[in-house]
Design a protein around this ligand. Structure first.
Ligand code: UDP
Length: 489
């Protein structure tokens, strides 16, 4: 007998590897383990066209359909528009295209039954389409549950507030875990209501209430108090329920083969547990001066390292979302003689490394990280402790959570890195690396990371908590979709 068509889930990922990668892994598992069909829809991403197309093509190999929405004109935005504002604007202007795509599919005969719409947390503007089509709309959260907690607080504090003036998030803000966030630890855009992005985030957060629930890329044991707090809020009808269903660390190898091979071959030649991996994510940028101090610190630490070097920032910004030019050579910005002096114990690669495979390589012992949430989960899932070096977005909040004992306790935080605009000196870099690799405090962090790694493994084992949660939700989607399909016949 031919297999009946599987109920279909459409996922919508906002631009950037940090949003696309975990959602791709969610889509892959919905198809591989949960008996659903899936389409992942995303946006044109000129700054990362290579990595994006690698991820999408590996998804198609795994039986997940993919679509890229048409580019929308944005040239009317003022040239100094912040990148987050450009993101939100692009997403808002793309909603009609997404709607057209979904309506066309729904109308075509023989199309699989739509079971759910799953936009990520930057695409909450797509939720009304779920309501229009009469299917559940779940928001996927590629960030921590604590980040959603902060958004929820911001929205609650601003209940009924309008007219372009907002109320400030109180600081210090105590998270359910007990971690205390100072004002500087709040995400960019949320530190003061006077920030032009504040109102945008409040708007985004207000739409969260229309979600049927949140699928969060996290697992119970990394932040049990926040999971419990969300359960209570959902029981009282105060906020949609949040389900920890991760960690989604991609298992497939979707990297550009040649550059990946160079990193992995080099790691193969290093002793077990000897290498410090250094990376600031898909868009983190350091100044020229900071790049030199980091280089000197790695050199002074005496440890082996694999450093993903990106173009330095010349304008003081700590991120750069622009596409790399073919002529750009980030390694040319390293201090004179650095590569020669560290050759044999250090490898610097330009722009991109196969991070998941680097972290799970037996030679890798530590990660100097910008604390993007995916990087943090990938590190924990590989049992690799971190030096927390946050740069932008919600990374300072992640760093506070990851490095605090009440929080995850899997990272050491740089002291200087706690203040914006302060250059982290070479001594501090070297000391932090040595402490994590050899010291007493480092030992505690290493032990805690090992424990959480086991919990992360268990979460997706058969009967694991995240897997069971997603199975239950998928079961509900399927039952409802098939029920609706029967009504139609
Ligand atoms: N990544 C990678 N190689 C790199 C830099 C990043 O594979 O050289 C991947 C990384 O594994 C992660 C994602 O890109 O899955 C970055 O997401 P994260 O949330 O850590 O940071 P963001 O880039 O969004 O700041």
């Amino acid at each position: 007998l031919p297999e009946p068509p599987r109920p279909h889930v459409v996922l919508v990922a906002s631009p950037g590897a940090g949003h696309l990668n975990p959602m791709a892994e969610l889509a892959r598992r919905l198809v591989a383990h949960l008996g659903l069909a899936a389409t992942l829809v995303t946006f044109p991403d000129r700054s990362a066209a290579g990595p994006q197309s690698a991820v999408l093509s590996s998804l198609r190999d795994a039986g997940v359909a993919t679509a890229i929405l048409p580019a929308v004109p944005l040239d009317d935005l003022p040239p100094d528009t912040r990148v987050e504002a450009v993101f939100f604007e692009m997403i808002a202007r793309s909603v009609p295209h997404l709607r057209a795509l979904l309506l066309r599919d729904a109308a075509s005969s023989g199309a699989p039954l739509l079971a759910a719409l799953v936009p990520d947390f930057f695409c909450s503007a797509a939720l009304p389409i779920a309501a229009e089509l009469g299917v559940p709309g779940y928001l996927f959260v590629p960030a921590s549950l604590a980040a959603i907690h902060v958004m929820r607080r911001a929205v609650e504090i601003n209940d009924g507030v309008g007219g372009g003036e907002y109320r400030e998030i109180p600081a210090p803000l105590r998270l359910p875990s007990g971690v205390s966030l100072r004002r500087e630890d709040l995400s960019d855009g949320l530190r003061t209501w006077k920030d032009p992005m504040y109102g945008r985030f409040i708007e985004e957060g207000r739409r969260y209430r229309a979600a049927t629930g949140f699928l969060v890329n996290t697992f119970y044991e990394i932040d049990p108090a926040t999971v419990e707090e969300f359960k209570r809020a959902a029981e009282q009808g105060a906020f949609p329920p949040a389900y920890p269903v991760g960690p989604f660390v991609r298992s497939s190898s979707d990297e550009d083969a040649a550059s990946a091979a160079a990193c992995l071959e080099w790691l193969d030649r290093q002793p077990t547990g000897s290498v410090v991996y250094v990376s600031f994510g898909s868009a983190g940028a350091l100044s020229v001066e900071q790049t030199a101090e980091l280089a000197a610190g790695l050199e002074d630490s005496g440890h082996r390292f694999l450093w993903v070097v990106r173009m330095p920032s010349l304008d003081g910004a700590n991120n750069n979302f622009a596409a790399m030019d073919d002529k750009d050579d980030p390694l040319a910005w390293l201090p004179e003689g650095f590569l020669e002096r560290t050759s044999g114990r250090g490898l610097a690669v330009a722009a991109w490394a196969p991070q998941v495979r680097v972290l799970s390589h037996p030679a890798t012992a530590a990660f100097v990280s910008h604390c993007g949430w995916n990087s943090a989960l990938e590190s924990v899932a590989a049992g690799v402790p971190m030096v927390a070096w946050p740069l932008y977005a919600e990374q300072r909040m992640n760093a506070a959570f990851l490095s605090s004992e009440e929080g995850a306790g899997v990272a050491l935080r740089l002291r200087a890195g706690r203040d914006d605009g302060v250059v982290v000196g070479r001594e501090e870099v070297a000391a932090a690396v040595r402490e994590l690799m050899e010291g007493e405090k480092g030992r505690a962090v290493r032990r805690r990371t090992g424990d959480l790694r086991q919990a992360a493994d268990m979460a997706w084992a058969p009967e694991g908590s995240s897997r069971r949660a997603l199975e239950e939700i998928a079961g509900r989607w399927k039952a409802a979709a098939i029920g609706v399909g029967k009504d139609k016949q």
